[in-house]
Design a protein around this ligand. Sequence first.
Ligand SMILES: [Zn+2]
Length: 474
Amino acid sequence: MRIGEITPRKARDFVASWPVYARDRGSPLWMNPGELKTLQESNLRGQLELVAAFSPYYREVFRREKVAVGEIHTLQDLERIPVTSKESYLDNPISFLLVVDPPDPLDVTYEITYTSGTTTGAPAPFFNTAYDMFNISLQLRRMAEISWMTPEDTVVNLFPYGSLPHIGFYRTIHFASTVGMKLVNALVGKDAPGFALHRSVDEALGLVELHGASILAGTGRYERRLIMRGEQLGTDLSPVRTLMALGDTVPEGMRDEMRGHLHGAADVFVNNGYILTECQGPFVECCEFGGNHNPAPNIYHIEILDPDTLRPLPDGEVGLLAVTHIDRRGTVLLRYVVGDLAAREGGTCPYCGRSGDRLVVRMGSTYAVRAEEVIRVGGKLVNPEAVRNQLAGVSGMVEYQLVVEKEDPRNAFSPDRLIIRMSVAGRMRQDLEEEVIGRVCEATGIRPKVEFVQSPEIYDPTLALKATRFLDKR
Ligand SMILES: [Zn+2]
């Protein structure tokens, strides 16, 4: 699906033609923006009442900061509540869990997922009650609707089956189930000692071929590797029509490259959704680069904040993404600063006509950049996005990582230097080195030093959902 190939009319006809979507008359996505705002603000007031009564963390914040919850009626009033930092959450995740008393039958804790580990801390638990699970299931069915999935699809789940429950693996099960499509869980990843469970890339490819998968769901990086291996092995991937490429940013060059390895299948929809534990599923595209739709504006409210003042920015400007839960019962976060830079737009989508927030492309060809990744090297501001775009289509490069360090690590005043570590397959190192230096120079104005390494030294997909593309050793 590309911009220009879809219209609001086409999207409505699609919804009408599949009973699983047509019967969803309460979908917030098809409300007009005014109706949606009324729903969001009503949900917000209900959420704040619960938080004020049952959230150990926010009760303390409201008391300390003298926040009068009863005076917060609109989404704009939210500014009266201070932002919540990642550090506060990682410090004591349990204190964000609502302790509803007396509990309703749907208040039972149903499931725990974990956030990805970050440079600022270890993975943290995120609790869902039964109420949340049912809401998330609706959210995922609407996500599938935006992505043009149907009950006739067959999805292969390529998310790692790890030792901590992450939403990538589990939400794929939920979206396939809510739509009623066939699902194969490939169980990729790394065995824990004594548990011979996981499948290799080749075995996962075998399943994709055996079941004639039309949708692959996984990280963009893993899918890229799988497709390239499939091409080498001559695997029949012709039924694949959609790549749900989540977790990593997948810029334009990489999408074209993946299509190229699928025997040039020009009509394959590479859907680079933005996935975050705090919203329990991906924001997805209705068409490539058409924006990442929040599939549940009734549950999650998105703000973009000025990184210096933490005041909300107008639509379209790049700033820190903050999430406010407006209809949750387990872990509840208000104005939670995720740590990514992004831009949003409200109103209705010009491509599919749905309401609610969409993250829009403002940096290169991706939606969000981790704020911690924007780096200063020797006085130059390096936009990692630009580097990613430059390196996405380099043939022969399997993995890469940019490292910034001091020329003399013992001397804090020595100059910075930029190193690119990379692993190579099927191409002369020297030849590749020249191309990569040229491309990085173009993106940053800095001439990097090149080091050749093995792929797992850079990124082990069995251990992390997101690769660390930049490492600051200063
Ligand atoms: Zn749209």
